[in-house]
Design a protein around this ligand. Structure first.
Ligand code: C5P
Length: 224
């Protein structure tokens, strides 16, 4: 059967990864969380005190970074590894969310990640979520969805997710973080967050996860 690329882009915390995971499972495709890659790079930069204003240091750091995904056989989750170390939980913490957009703005970081993502999806049969998948990584993706939702609703969902991981973060701090990231992500020069012309808009404010998944699967069915 024909294998395609499903690109899910959109604002922070509007259900992209939840939807992408389920769609991938349903299709038997690989799921690639590109946000996790930028988060892992951010973790490395913070741990090594990389000066973001020094292009030479940034490039040197990138040359020393390997981000990979491995399936956890117990949970069935695809988890992210930084230079061989499982960083799945660490990269979801607020101090990474606070810094990740500033790191993702850097052209060398974007070039390295986009090149890696193109390789990962070369054989197609992937569901990728991020900010620039339908515009920069796979402009030829057969299915493109641009997801969004009311910022207050997104913040409440995010707060609940963090709470389940035993992280208590005030609602206002999450709203500020989401707004800040959306602003930096959509105004940067290099592959900014924007809807691809041929992307279908999906507002997840008042719909269930199953409805989100069905929306994408219907598009996949018409593309196959
Ligand atoms: O998807 P997630 O919220 O984990 O992404 C974290 C950050 O990584 C985003 O706010 C954005 O700055 C960056 N990102 C990006 N391009 C992507 C995916 C994520 O710039 N394709």
């Amino acid at each position: 059967m024909k294998k395609i690329v499903v690109a899910l882009d959109g604002h922070s915390s509007c259900g992209k990864s939840t939807t992408a995971k389920k769609v991938a499972q349903e299709l038997g495709y690989a799921y690639i969380d590109t946000g996790a890659m930028y988060r892992a790079v951010t973790l490395y930069f913070l741990e090594h005190y990389i000066d973001l204003t020094n292009p030479k240091k940034v490039q040197e750091a990138l040359d020393n970074i390997e981000v990979t995904f491995h399936r956890n056989s117990k949970t069935g989750r695809n988890e992210v590894f930084l230079n061989g170390l499982n960083v799945e939980d660490e990269i979801r913490k607020m101090y990474i969310s606070d810094k990740v957009s500033e790191v993702s703005v850097l052209a060398p970081v974007r070039h390295a990640m986009v090149a890696e993502q193109k390789k990962m999806g070369k054989r197609r049969g992937v569901v990728m979520d991020g900010r620039d998948i339908g515009t920069a990584v796979f402009p030829d993706a057969e299915v493109k969805v641009f997801m969004t939702a009311d910022v207050g609703i997104r913040a409440k969902r995010r707060q609940q997710e963090l709470f389940e991981k035993k992280q208590l973060v005030p609602y206002d701090e999450i709203v500020d973080n989401l707004k800040k990231r959306d602003f930096i992500d959509s105004t940067r020069a290099e592959s900014p967050l924007k809807k691809a012309e041929d992307a279908h808009v999906l507002d997840t404010s008042y719909i269930t996860v199953d409805e989100q998944v069905d929306f994408v699967l219907d598009l996949v069915a018409s593309a196959l």
